[in-house]
Design a protein around this ligand. Structure first.
Ligand code: ATP
Length: 235
């Protein structure tokens, strides 16, 4: 999926949380979305996910305005955020059955079991989601998106709740997902982690995009932008 953003702006009252953002991201990119607290990262992800409307500007998916997108185009966008969209009163397995049905798939018990095994949740399959820890819920969300395979996956600071093996499986999943031609945008304060896996980095600062370039090694332009806008380093 290709994502194009044109002069995108979002105001909350008189405050511009995002101003005049232009982006053109082809399929296969793994984008690190960086910036200090309040920079506008979550606002951008919510706009792209269609959860809030823009004040000005356009968002296009494969050249079609998001505002005109039908259910099947919107189903191509996944959002993995701390308040994960899971059903607490369904079991772990029932959640995956529900989402695969919702996305119009016949749920295949074998696929669901292997998705749960891949995130090490097989032994919790028949427990209610409300009984899981935050890290386990995050793992379940990874299994959900691994099954649903969205063309555009948005992640809002997924690292906080994951342990070491959870981080490894998330990163392996994201790299494999992009290798298949899907687009991933990953907002995080874990700068050194995301820089290792991204193909491009974007920095937002006070609602404006101050840096956008493909990853290089070494990367003096990024280092300069990072020092200027993220003077205190990682959160
Ligand atoms: P963080 O790294 O802290 O998560 P962020 O880069 O994700 O920050 P946003 O959550 O997008 O930042 O917020 C951008 C700005 O918009 C902030 O100043 C925030 O206070 C403001 N903001 C966000 N949501 C709302 C809202 N619903 N109403 C008013 N202001 C908001």
């Amino acid at each position: 999926m290709r994502l194009t953003v044109k002069k995108l702006s979002k105001a909350y009252g008189f405050f511009w949380a995002l101003k005049d953002l232009n982006l053109d991201l082809p399929p296969g990119e793994l984008v690190a979305l960086l910036g200090p607290n309040g920079a506008g990262k979550t606002t951008l992800l919510k706009l792209i996910a269609g959860l809030i409307p823009p004040s000005l500007g356009k968002i296009e998916l494969d050249r079609m305005p998001l505002s005109h997108a039908n259910g099947s185009s919107r189903a191509q966008i996944g959002l993995l955020a701390p308040a994960a969209h899971l059903y607490e009163d369904l079991t772990v397995r029932e959640n995956l059955q529900f989402f695969t049905s919702l996305y119009g798939w016949k749920h295949d018990a074998g696929n669901i079991s292997s998705a749960l095994a891949s995130v090490d949740l097989s032994d919790r399959a028949d427990e209610f989601v409300s009984t899981l820890s935050s890290g386990m819920k995050c793992r379940l969300s990874i299994a959900k998106w691994a099954l649903l395979k969205p063309g555009l996956l948005l992640l809002d600071e997924p690292y906080g709740v994951l342990d070491g093996s959870g981080v490894d499986l998330l990163e392996e999943f994201l790299k494999a997902h992009c290798r298949k031609g899907n687009l991933v945008i990953l907002a995080s304060h874990h700068v050194s982690r995301v820089l290792k896996i991204c193909s491009r980095a974007i920095i937002l600062h006070q609602g404006r995009m101050t840096f956008n370039a493909p990853r290089q090694q070494p990367w003096p332009d990024f280092d300069q932008a990072f020092r200027e806008f993220l003077p205190h380093g990682e959160a």
